[in-house]
Design a protein around this ligand. Structure first.
Ligand code: NI
Ligand code: MN
Length: 229
């Protein structure tokens, strides 16, 4: 599996010829690697963890441009469908859907999922995470979340080898929480920190995180950097 970090919680992920985008917050993301989009030839699926702007991001534009299918919670699909999108794999927590060269499972996250429309805060679905399993590897994108005990259950059921964990603190778990996940709840071979360094309010650093992790290898990527995992 080839994984490219696109800044914040945005990733491009390629499984046996199936190209996925996760939480494509590109426009307005100060850490998005300029020049990535012109090189991107194809997108098969776009996975959305929740509708906060720093995760829903460019989903509508990219889904139309690449004729990609959006995989998200049912309510998020309904919301996007009412705004002109038509290709969806609606899901909910506990469900698994085949997606070309991989299988996508939706798992819970502890956070919120709102956007502001006409000056009002509107809830659209719940926050989720994803476990994406291919032939030889599997990756858990935790979305925005705190630590929660049932992460251990995600570990027992899916045994994800790669973890993508938020470490920025304030809106999600910080370095201490994410390190607890690695040391106590999930046995990752490799963990990639995300949701850090985008905005000054996100105080957690990959150095602080890596210093606390005792189990698994921390692989800190630069925006635009790809890893074969
Ligand atoms: Ni959020
Ligand atoms: Mn966020």
């Amino acid at each position: 599996m080839k994984l490219t970090w696109l800044g914040h919680s945005a990733f491009h992920c390629s499984f046996a010829g199936t190209d996925l985008l996760i939480d494509p917050f590109w426009t307005g993301n100060p850490t998005f690697p300029e020049g990535f989009e012109p090189r991107l030839a194809k997108v098969d699926r776009i996975l959305v963890t929740h509708v906060h702007g720093d995760h829903l991001g460019d989903t509508a534009r990219l889904a139309q441009k690449y004729d990609a299918t959006v995989m998200a919670q049912y309510e998020v699909c309904e919301y996007l469908g009412a705004r002109g999108l038509s290709k969806f794999e609606p899901m909910n927590t506990g469900g698994t859907v085949a997606a070309g060269g991989c299988r996508v499972s939706m798992v819970p996250a502890f956070h919120s999922s709102t956007l502001v429309e006409d000056g009002r805060v509107v809830c659209v679905g719940d926050p989720v995470g994803f476990v994406i399993a291919g032939e030889n590897t599997s990756v858990y994108h935790a979305g925005d979340t705190s630590v929660f005990g049932d992460m251990a259950l995600i570990g027992r059921m899916w045994r994800p080898k790669v973890g993508l964990l938020p470490i920025g603190d304030r809106f999600t778990m910080g370095p201490e929480g994410a390190a607890y996940v690695c040391n106590e709840l999930l046995e990752f071979e490799t963990v990639v920190p995300m949701h850090w360094g985008t905005f000054p309010m996100l105080s957690g650093t990959p150095e602080a995180f890596a210093a606390l992790v005792r189990r698994g290898r921390v692989r800190t990527l630069r925006p635009g950097e790809a890893a074969e995992l």
